[in-house]
Design a binder for this molecule. Structure first.
Ligand code: ZN
Length: 203
């Protein structure tokens, strides 16, 4: 399985990193080895001094599909989750400057937190889901899927033009504003509305 990640999908996050607003979604892939194993701490890799948390809504694909029209996209997932796209920001900035791919900064082992899943039926509208990240019990990021530049069904249509979606693939839908550095002993907890979907310690 693969993790298909979207960058620059929330205006305020684009502004905080002083990126240009894209005309198409920014897409990158993480391999399955990037998934942080259940109940394990996140270890800051030795090649970075500036690893950032990016909390993101996740969508789990339940059916094989290619060239999915956004009208039918809702049939390709029935679970919504929450995760973190850990990013070695210092390394990513160097790579961006040189026009090189981001994989080393985004796709290293442990760089993808995948929390518990909730049935889509729990939500009246997937384009209005409130979520947040707490660092040491303080809210550092909070967002709502209604602020996405490309909504979930549009993302499925877009990414499936390029990649066949397979059962179990996960889409990371982009982070809202408030990304920041993590340091050893930080505790990160992610919530969709009132449900805690992950709790991890940084080492
Ligand atoms: Zn991200």
């Amino acid at each position: 399985m693969k993790l298909i990640c979207i960058g620059r999908n929330y205006t305020k996050h684009i502004e905080e990193l002083q990126n240009e607003k894209p005309t198409d979604p920014v897409v990158f892939i993480k391999p399955d080895t990037a998934i942080l194993l259940k109940n394990q701490p996140f270890f800051i890799p030795d090649f970075s001094d500036d690893v950032h948390h990016e909390v993101e809504i996740l969508v789990k694909i339940n059916k094989v599909g290619k060239h999915i029209d956004k009208k039918f996209a809702h049939k390709y997932y029935d679970e919504i989750g929450l995760g973190i796209d850990f990013t070695a920001r210092d390394l990513q900035s160097q790579l961006k400057e040189k026009g090189l791919p981001w994989e080393k900064a985004k796709s290293f082992d442990g760089a993808a937190v995948v929390g518990k899943w909730l049935p889509k039926t729990k939500f009246e509208n997937v384009d209005d889901i409130q979520f947040k990240l707490l660092k040491n019990d303080e809210v550092v990021q909070d967002g709502n899927t209604n602020l996405m530049l490309w909504k979930i069904d549009e993302l499925i249509e877009y990414v499936s033009k390029y990649f066949t979606l397979k059962i179990g693939d996960i889409i990371f839908t982009g982070t809202p504003a408030g990304v920041g550095k993590v340091v050893a002993n930080d505790k990160l907890k992610g919530y969709i509305e009132n449900d805690e979907l992950f709790s991890i310690t940084v080492k």
